[in-house]
Design a protein around this ligand. Structure first.
Ligand code: ADP
Ligand code: MG
Length: 506
């Protein structure tokens, strides 16, 4: 969000180990983070010191730089290197270890030489011949597709990418956190025909998106076997992962997008609006949108996911941050909830980490407070996802942050059961073997976690209750709020065309 590293301070041993999940999450997402850990005294090392643990070694797998300053004089240069490493090249996590004996050491501050902060990260551009080649491959495409990833969001490529999309009339698909770089309601966004677009495109340009599980590795059957990939990334080692690209453009997304634009300025070109490809995509979008609308209009109770999200979408302020985690909650929510601004969606990400939602919402709220007061954060949580860090509601209330938490509650992990079924299962002998382990207690009143700390809480079961509570929550800016939304415990996503789409997180 800020292009600057977040900093996390932890105590030694278990404190540092608890931070490893977050470090891994940041590193996998290519986000800058600096973790500073206290550690046991060096002269007690190997003796079984309090919370002793090989921390520098442990962090190596979760970071791009992990070090312990040799002395107090070395701290400034190690910190400078950590900051620089976190933002230069592919951003990532860094670890600095400060042993207890350095913490307690008495030193004359004048003897420490402070280091100036590093310069902003240098901007790299692609080689001109490769840019020309890429432009020519795009011009000759029969079924082109741009994929906009979170690298594009990070590099602030929104203006240049929007220009490229509009000037060349190209269809684009955002990845989950690439949403909003070009707005979801842009006429060239083909998010609602995602599978179709991936499956039949003959030229795909990747703007800061890896061909990992999120993009099905770039392989058939999700793609044509002979699809031409044009990869744009700041990390050379990423180029060629899983596929053999037709063109590779090593450089900053924003800079390279401008280089591509120059080519299309020199020799203007537009992908024909009346092409068969646009027609196919539009037709598929229409049928997919109609299918979601139909599910959303179902009046049966408890509500299904689509009903819930369509009511939420109706009321969401355009400039809000959307934070989301959970399985179906996150996957279905992503398809219905729209992003209009770049860097306004945060979710479980590349690593699929649960437990990040409330922390991300708090971070987003703090950024919003600085930049544009009044901006809201909507944190859309599955009930099981909420359980991972639900107690952060206390932090939200302590700082009185403008956050609305929506818990989409299906009584379980993936799916749960209703109270009657639960009762029958629990009454049977050997209940432990009969109540499925993914079932959570039915009808849990998560809104009371919010009221416990002075925030507002709502328990809603009908579309009207949902509409009213969300309206009130958006109007009343004085307090954080949690709306606990009961849905059909067996509700799932709409039927998919292909069996490989039914797995969660696809
Ligand atoms: P998504 O989840 O949106 O598909 P990924 O995390 O897989 O995105 O990919 C983001 C890619 O963007 C990474 O390969 C990373 O190296 C790259 N990246 C990050 N910042 C920049 C930048 N400023 N310019 C170019 N590429 C970048
Ligand atoms: Mg659930």
């Amino acid at each position: 969000m800020s292009k600057r590293p977040g900093v996390c301070l932890v105590v030694s041993g278990p404190g540092l180990i608890h931070a490893l999940g977050g470090m891994a999450n940041a590193n996998m997402n290519c986000w800058p983070l600096i973790v500073i850990g206290g550690s046991s005294e060096r002269n007690q090392e190997t003796m079984g010191a309090f919370q002793e643990f090989p921390q520098v070694e442990a962090c190596r797998l979760y970071s791009k730089f992990s070090a312990r300053p040799a002395s107090i004089e070395h701290i400034p240069s190690v910190i400078e290197k950590a900051v620089r490493s976190s933002i230069y090249g592919r951003p990532g996590a860094c670890y600095v270890d400060i042993p207890a004996d350095l913490v307690i050491l008495q030193e004359n501050v004048n003897s420490i030489k402070y280091k100036e902060c590093c310069m902003p990260s240098p901007v790299s551009m692609a080689e001109t011949p490769a840019v020309c080649m890429a432009a020519s491959v795009i011009r000759n495409a029969k079924r082109p597709l741009l994929i906009i990833g979170k690298g594009a969001a990070y590099s602030r490529a929104e203006d240049s990418l929007r220009k490229l999309v509009e000037q060349c009339n190209l269809p684009f698909l955002p990845t989950p956190m690439g949403k909003g770089v070009v707005p979801d309601n842009h006429p060239n966004c083909v998010g609602a025909a995602r599978s179709r677009a991936l499956q039949f495109a003959d030229v795909i340009v990747l703007f800061g998106a890896r061909l990992n599980w999120i993009l099905h590795f770039g392989l058939p059957p999700r793609y044509q076997a002979d699809v031409k990939f044009i990869q744009i990334d700041i990390c050379a080692e990423e180029l060629g992962n899983n596929v053999r690209p037709s063109v590779t453009l090593l450089g900053d997304i924003n800079a390279v997008s401008k280089q591509l634009l120059e080519q299309f300025d020199k020799t203007p070109w537009q992908y024909p609006i009346d092409s068969k490809w646009w027609e196919t995509l539009r037709e598929k979008m229409r049928t997919n949108e109609a299918a979601s609308k139909e599910l959303a209009s179902k009046r049966s109770l408890p509500m299904n996911y689509y009903t819930v999200f369509s009511h939420v979408q109706e009321q969401l302020p355009r400039d809000c941050f959307i934070v989301s985690e959970g399985a179906n909650t996150m996957d279905i929510g992503r398809t219905v909830l729209q992003n209009y601004l770049p860097r306004h969606r945060l979710d479980a990400g590349t690593f699929g980490t649960m437990g990040v939602g409330l922390g991300f919402a708090i971070a987003a709220a703090l950024v919003a407070k600085d930049r544009s007061p009044g901006q809201r954060v909507i944190c859309v949580e599955g009930d099981s996802a909420f359980g991972f860090s639900g107690m952060e509601v206390e932090t939200i209330c302590r700082y009185n942050l403008p956050i609305i938490v929506l818990v989409v509650n299906n009584n379980g992990i993936y799916q749960g059961v209703d109270a009657d079924t639960w009762g029958k299962m629990s009454n049977l002998q050997e209940a432990a073997t009969i109540v499925p382990p993914m079932c959570l207690l039915p009808n849990s009143h998560y809104e009371q976690v919010m009221t416990a700390f002075g925030g507002k809480g709502y328990f809603v079961q009908t579309p009207e209750e949902l509409q009213n509570s969300l309206k009130q929550a958006l109007e009343d800016t004085s307090k954080p709020c949690l709306i606990n939304i009961m849905i059909e415990p067996q509700s799932t996503r709409k039927a998919q065309d292909f069996h490989w789409l039914t797995r969660s997180n696809m």
